[in-house]
Design a protein. Structure first.
Length: 494
């Protein structure tokens, strides 16, 4: 009787696993179809429903849709095919978001079984293993899948931009919320990433550097033939800069995408520093704003994609830092840096040295000392500066040293955005063993008071940043100390 009971239990469990695999298959097929429509139907794609995908100005014909389906691997890549072939998907074990992080090792790919000898560990496989081990839940898995597919499209756009200059290069003619001229690719890539993320149905809120306010990311689809309106929402918040360094695009210099993922607070009375002008917002906008204004220490995942001589995706799930390289021959991100750790010291500093006379005195003194070798190591540091945060941080992460965009007399609070750039990059650097500060304080501890708040930032190798911080600690400028203290208190209004 016990053997019969065991047999029944095994059969029941097998049925459950098959059902879950089928659900995962359907989910990924829908996401892949949506991104195919995005690639084939123009950049203004309107996601209607899985069966009625269309573009506003360039609707897909029946024959064109057939070509899209048959060419999935060639255009978007083998991601959808590989996802459908992965037969070992299990449901995720939700984990509660933590408010502080300590550096831990990334997942060890040597422990993965049945890895394909031809491809190695793909991003899809890595995320499935992270889900199995309870590092992420299925919602994060879905969000990362969308980031993966969207950034492949963006990589293609960046690489082909010189061949389609009229459509992709130059100014859009609009000014973004920061008062900066928007490039055509700024607008296009923002649209690509927004629609890919929204289609997951796993985000509650999205916030982009290119837009004024966070938006509700709930998935709302057209009414079906039966009259049912499909909708979905999620518990995560994604913040992103779709194309960092876009001013360099016309020159073919490295650019990138930066993203961070928060979990919406489960506390009904969560403290949030809402701006004073919320009376001008409706209830939905206030809710989105409250979900977005979280300090960097609340991040559950963050990363960037570098579009250069190769396309590299580097990210953290709160378990170390890993790097993947896009293999265009199979259309997949493949694991190439299984455990990135920044050297404790470097010999390179990266900043716009043309502004040195306008910087805060402690940072001026530090830079002058490492230039001449009058520092703790006794070595003379070399200057390397691209002008694209993703490119400069990527080099710093691999070679050590530090990257900085400090405050100056014109920009007392720096120029980089806390939510879209500083916090995600700080989280990633700390997970790799580095540090990130504004001068006196840790970037990750700053509670944002507006979605486009700017902060100064100095990040990089642990010992280099610690040495730099000593210069600030020796400085007795009360105004400098007050600015740093006010940021931590949430008293900054810009």
């Amino acid at each position: 009787s016990s053997s019969k009971l065991l047999g029944c239990c095994l059969v029941q469990r097998s049925c459950q696993i098959v059902a879950m695999r089928n659900a995962e298959f359907r989910s990924r097929t829908v996401a892949a179809a949506g991104l195919l429509a995005l690639a084939y139907g123009g950049y203004d794609t309107s996601f209607a429903s899985p069966n009625t995908l269309k573009a506003r100005e360039t609707p897909l014909s029946h024959n064109r849709m057939q070509r899209a389906n048959s060419s999935a691997v060639g255009v978007i890549g083998a991601g959808a095919v590989a996802a459908c072939a992965a037969a070992a998907v299990r449901p995720g074990r939700p984990t509660k978001a933590k408010t502080s992080r300590t550096k831990t090792s990334a997942l060890n790919p040597d422990n993965f079984s049945d890895v394909c000898d031809q491809t190695g560990v793909t991003l899809n496989r890595y995320m499935i293993e992270a889900n199995r081990q309870g590092v992420v839940d299925t919602d994060i898995l879905s969000v990362m899948n969308s980031i993966r597919e969207a950034t492949k499209v963006i990589s293609k756009l960046v690489n082909t931009a010189p061949l389609a200059q009229a459509e992709l290069l130059g100014l859009e003619g609009a000014i973004n919320v920061q008062g900066e001229d928007q490039k055509k690719l700024d607008v296009i890539t923002n649209d690509v990433l927004k629609k890919a993320l929204r289609y997951t149905g796993k985000l509650g809120t999205m916030a982009s550097e290119e837009e004024d306010m966070p938006v509700n990311a709930a998935l709302s689809l057209e009414t079906t033939a039966s009259g049912t309106v499909l909708s979905d929402t999620g518990k995560y918040v994604c913040v992103f800069d779709p194309l960092d360094g876009s001013s360099n695009v016309d020159a073919g210099i490295a650019v990138g995408t930066i993203f961070g993922i928060f979990k919406e607070s489960e506390e009904t009375n969560a403290v949030c520093n809402l701006p004073a002008n919320i009376k001008d917002l409706d209830g939905d906008q206030v809710s989105c704003l409250a979900a977005t204004l979280q300090p960097g220490k609340a991040l559950v995942a963050a990363g960037y994609v570098l579009y250069s001589c190769s396309t590299e995706l580097v990210f953290t799930l709160g378990r170390g830092v890993v790097g993947f390289t896009l293999d265009s021959s199979i259309g997949e991100y493949v694991l190439t840096r299984p455990n990135i750790e920044i050297p404790s010291r470097g010999k390179i500093y990266s900043c716009n040295e043309a502004n040195i006379e306008n910087w805060d005195e402690p940072f001026q003194d530090y830079i002058k000392d490492i230039q001449t070798g009058n520092c703790e190591t006794g070595d003379k540091y070399s200057l390397r500066y691209i002008g694209s945060m993703v490119g400069d941080v990527h080099r710093t992460l691999l070679y050590g040293g530090l990257f900085a965009y400090p405050a100056d007399t014109k920009n007392k609070d720096g120029k980089l955005r806390l939510l879209y750039e500083a916090a995600p990059m700080s989280f990633l650097l700390e997970q790799a063993g580095g540090l990130a500060i504004t001068g006196h304080s840790r970037v990750m501890d700053i509670p944002p008071v507006s979605v486009h708040q700017r902060v100064p930032i100095i990040l990089g190798s642990k010992e280099d940043v610690e040495e730099c911080k000593k210069y600030y600690e020796k400085c007795d400028d009360p105004k400098l100390k007050e600015r740093c203290a006010n940021r931590l208190k949430g008293l900054v209004t810009a």
